[in-house]
Ligand binder design. Sequence first.
Ligand code: NI
Length: 265
Amino acid sequence: MTQLLTVCLTQGQIDFHRRQGYLVLPPLTTPDELAWLREIYDRLFSARTGREEGNQFDLGGTDEEGRQALLPQILSVAKYAPQIKETLLMANARSVVRQLLGPDALCEDGHAIYKPPRIGAQTPWHQDAAYWSPDYDHYSLSLWIPLQEATLENGCMHFVPGSHRDRNILPHRSINNDPRIHGLELVPEAMEHVRDSVACPLPPGGATIHGGYTLHYAGANRSDIPRRALILIGSIPATRRATPRSLPWQAEKRTARMERVKVKN
Ligand code: NI
């Protein structure tokens, strides 16, 4: 497998990311590797890999057994498909993450969010840090990589430029204000922060990068093809906060996923 393509960010790209809180990159791997990754990806979802452990669930619904998931997600995807770690895609993701977070940054795993054709639900506006431990300040980046084209029609990413700047976490709630749903969304009163957003269509294997405080959204999949996104996470260690944040929406969660994990343990 060719491992020659190395992505090196320009100073202009690094500055853009710092100022705007996101960045768009051209393909990080070859069409052949993408085709191979699509097969692995589809196998993980069709085998319901990780479901018993609470690592596969419906991010956008109540996730009962037997109900079609509208926004299925797999966490810790490299645990189930370790060959992902050896890809050119991952090598380039590491290179990019180190240029943005420093030479000690790691990028070894990620998650997968699948939007089925026609019925794949939107991912409402949110900040990733709303999901993370309130006891820490986090320094993590997400590289969002579609394994096919990502378009306005099938659910490409959208960002609010500059929304990351004060590292503030806006008020969130469970999607539809239903604590049985894993996914989060901004509360309606905070939607005033969503303005001048930018849509980022991508070619297959292209990437967007964003940090935990950048407001983002992905549309529903209204197309006839599956929208497969692989999200690789780069980070340096989080630091403990003197005062924990207040993120009350986390304590209210009552998901089927949590029940499955409890029964298993
Ligand atoms: Ni997100």
